[in-house]
Design a protein around this ligand. Structure first.
Ligand code: SAM
Length: 318
């Protein structure tokens, strides 16, 4: 299906007001284009560590909205312009010019799937849940993954670095905590490597749903893998729910800056002698995470690398 796309020029200060006018008129799913830098919180949530150089914010913003081809666009646009004109008497909304174009219907949520096909990480077959296992692979260690809109196909270097370290340290009595579980891939693989029990936490509700779906696909029972939503860094209720001094391994594949805040907290969740596996660390930030680990009194065990990414593994003293 084709859509009519409208690009409304306004100011960064008026973005919220214009979006809310459109929403009141029943126009949903607007896109905002501006040059306002991401906040630290936005960077953390988007798993962005190093941003490309951007041009300075000049105060200009564009609000894009879409109408289906069959909709009466003239009537909708007339209403939009009337509402904007009314509001402009009180607030500077910028030029409010509207450019029109046509666009194809693209399935943004599922489009990435064409780039995700089965692949190996060492001897582990990671396979999208919509692909078939080939007969010659049937005896292999296999994990079926559909991350949905969460992170964790297994293709990222940081996930692969964590997988290898988890495999190295897991035993058949291991209780593992995966902070930032995304698709649930690390906890589920830990169970496949023989771990006894896994807990995953994430801030993102999509990650919790994706992990539950992937558990079903992989036959992981709820009694073996518990998933919790919340921020263990500053939420005491989540810290209590996750439990103290009860994990043989804590894995955290998050950004370096988040690991710096997480590390002093997570020491309390680790058992004495427990292993802390961290990645999501771009090479420039290796020293920052090593320092956080040392400051928390953990002993550095391993530093491993893949591409420009780093994995730091440490141990809590007995
Ligand atoms: C890079 S993904 C890792 C996903 C998966 N564990 C993997 O290794 O592929 C990082 C995840 O951490 C989550 N996250 C970021 N900050 C967090 C925090 N403070 N507590 C829990 N999860 C967090 C994000 O929502 C995201 O799902």
């Amino acid at each position: 299906m084709k859509w009519n796309k409208f690009r409304l020029k306004t100011t960064t200060a008026a973005e919220d007001i214009v979006s809310s006018i459109l929403s009141d008129l029943g126009i949903e799913g607007v896109e905002i284009e501006d040059k306002v830098p991401l906040t630290q919180k936005e960077k953390e949530q988007m798993f962005v560590d190093i941003l490309p150089e951007t041009i300075p914010d000049d105060g200009t913003a564009f609000i894009n909205f879409y109408l289906e081809e069959g909709e009466d666009k003239d009537a909708v646009l007339a209403k939009v312009l009337e509402e904007l004109a009314g509001m402009r008497e009180f607030v500077d909304l910028g030029p409010c010019t509207i450019e029109e174009s046509q666009t194809e219907d693209v399935d943004w949520v599922n489009n990435w799937k064409q780039y995700f096909h089965q692949f190996y990480v060492d001897d582990i077959l990671i396979i999208p849940s919509w692909e078939q296992v080939k007969p010659e692979d049937e005896g292999k260690m296999i994990i079926h993954i559909d991350p949905g809109t969460a992170f964790g196909t297994g293709m990222h270097e940081t996930t692969q670095l964590c997988i290898r370290q988890i495999k190295k340290y897991v035993t058949d009595t291991t209780r593992i905590l995966d902070v930032g579980c995304g698709s649930g891939i690390l906890g589920m693989l830990a169970l496949k490597f023989g771990a006894a029990y896994a807990v995953g936490t994430d801030l993102d509700p999509c990650a919790i749903d994706a992990t539950h779906e992937n558990m079903k696909e992989n036959g992981v029972p709820k009694e073996q893998y518990e998933v919790m939503i919340g921020n263990i860094i500053d939420d005491k209720a989540i810290q209590d729910q996750v439990g103290y001094a009860c994990y043989d391994i804590v894995a955290a594949n998050i950004l370096a800056d988040v690991l710096v805040m997480l590390t002093p907290v997570i020491v309390s969740q680790l058992k004495p002698g427990g292993i802390y596996i961290t990645s999501g660390i771009i090479d420039d930030k290796e020293e920052v995470v090593k320092q956080a680990v040392a400051d928390a009194g953990l002993e550095l065990l391993d530093v491993t690398y893949q591409g420009e990414w780093v994995c730091v593994t440490a141990r809590k003293s007995e």
